[in-house]
Design a protein around this ligand. Structure first.
Ligand code: DSN
Length: 427
């Protein structure tokens, strides 16, 4: 990565004046360079995003929207936000884009608050079956303000969504919003099921595609707008590879209410350094290489899933259509999700513990782990490396309490990782 003299000086100042923070950042760089990142919601962003995200735009307040701001000095902030909006509309083929949500939770909250009154009903996916906290989990504020009815995956169909249940729940509860999307569901969605249920009860359709936003942008997974969806939300840092942020994309008829809900309804000044970074990310997503990248994410996920299943791992739904796998480590290897996460960490492979559908165990001690391939693919790993990683994982899970054995795997992991630079980080 080329570092400008001023930028280099900034790092020197940080090292001198706050060595504790400086060293923690350097430690994280080393961790990212030496380990295999399999948390499905994480990625390595672009060098250009590091530049935009660490730029002077962090100094600027820009409440409002391009051409209609509450502070002066907006000639450059208007340029970056307009670019981000136009590129988002092109990438996702939609009428309108709001690029100001600070991240995933506020983006979903802004949609609910735009269209619902307290007590109104939303139909969304249960967290333990693949949904997200903001999809109405009782511990979330949204779950307390609105009446969320939560669908689960089919108990006899290996964790697959049950179309009949969606329609039956819609007819019974008459939600104002029908929400689909997930954080731990390893399949694509048939959006027409949700559209049909919404049409039957006059609901708004909303898809939270945070995990698969990049895969939709690359054209390798279905786009909810092709199925008549009204609103799509996505974070920008997962499969899209951008900075941490969120976007709300919608049909024209919802645009005004969405914009008003984000600002001034929910947020104040947008983070312009993030918005510039989102613009950079979306320009990348429009290039042919991005399509190849996203296709490789899916190939890598299949290669990893097949290796794990061949070695005795039970995957929820017995495979994957997207970038993600949920492994029942308890059933497969007699190892709980927490122990599996710790053992894999010791082997240099980062995953996260994960509840499985109808998990008998609590979220901090769940039955499985969740894996994904966006970060590994960014690094340049292909099917052969994924197969090797799968073998190491199987080995680590079978020797989960043997620290010396796990340390031996880590040596091989580090050796392989150092051959594949982390963009914007490795020299
Ligand atoms: N925390 C994200 C994930 O890991 O899926 C969702 O917000």
């Amino acid at each position: 990565m080329t570092i400008s003299p001023a930028n280099q000086k900034n790092w020197e100042l940080l090292e001198q004046n706050d060595p504790a923070v400086y060293n923690a950042i350097r430690g994280e760089e080393k961790r990212e360079m030496e380990g295999i990142e399999l948390i499905p919601s994480e990625n390595y962003t672009y060098p250009e995003v590091f530049a935009a995200n660490g730029s002077v735009l962090t100094n600027k307040y820009a409440e409002g929207y391009p051409g209609k701001r509450y502070y002066g000095g907006q000639e450059f902030t208007d340029i970056v936000e307009s670019l981000a909006i136009e590129r988002a509309k092109k990438v996702f083929r939609c009428d309108h884009a709001n690029v100001q949500p600070l991240s995933g939770s506020p983006m979903n909250q802004a949609v609910y608050l735009a269209f619902l009154k307290p007590g109104d009903t939303v139909l969304g996916m249960d967290l333990s079956h693949g949904g997200h906290l903001t999809h109405g989990h009782p511990v979330s504020h949204m779950g307390k303000i609105f009446n969320f009815v939560r669908y689960k995956t089919h108990p006899e169909k290996q964790g697959w969504i049950d179309p009949e249940e969606i329609m039956a729940l819609a007819l019974e509860h008459k939600p104002k919003i029908i929400l689909c999307g997930y954080t731990s569901y390893p399949r694509d969605l048939d959006y027409s099921i949700f559209r049909k249920a919404a049409d039957a009860v006059g609901a708004i359709t909303m898809a939270d595609v945070a995990h698969i936003g990049g895969l939709i942008a690359g054209g390798v997974m279905r786009n909810p707008f092709d199925y008549g969806f009204d609103i799509v939300t996505t974070t920008t840092h997962k499969s899209l590879r951008g900075p941490r942020g969120g976007m709300i994309l919608c049909k024209e008829e919802f645009a005004k209410a969405i914009d008003k809900s984000v600002f001034p309804g929910l947020q104040g000044g947008p983070h312009m350094q993030t918005i510039a970074s989102i613009a950079v990310t979306l320009e990348k997503a429009l290039q042919p290489e991005f399509k190849e990248y996203t296709a490789q994410i899916l190939k890598n996920a299949k290669a990893l899933a097949e290796t794990l299943m061949a070695g005795g791992a039970k995957l929820i739904t017995d495979g994957t259509d997207n970038h993600m796998m949920v492994v029942d480590t308890t059933l497969s290897f007699g190892v709980g999700g927490t122990e599996a996460e710790v053992a894999l960490d010791k082997a240099g492979i980062t995953t996260n513990k994960q509840v499985i559908p109808d998990d008998p165990n609590p979220p901090l001690k769940p039955s499985g782990i969740r894996l994904g391939t966006p970060a590994a693919t960014t690094r340049g790993f292909k099917e052969a490396e994924m197969k090797q990683i799968g073998e190491w994982m199987l080995d680590a899970l079978k020797h989960h309490s043997d620290d010396a054995y796990l340390a031996g795997i880590k040596v091989k992991v580090v050796e392989m990782c150092l051959k594949y630079p982390v963009p914007g980080v490795s020299a």
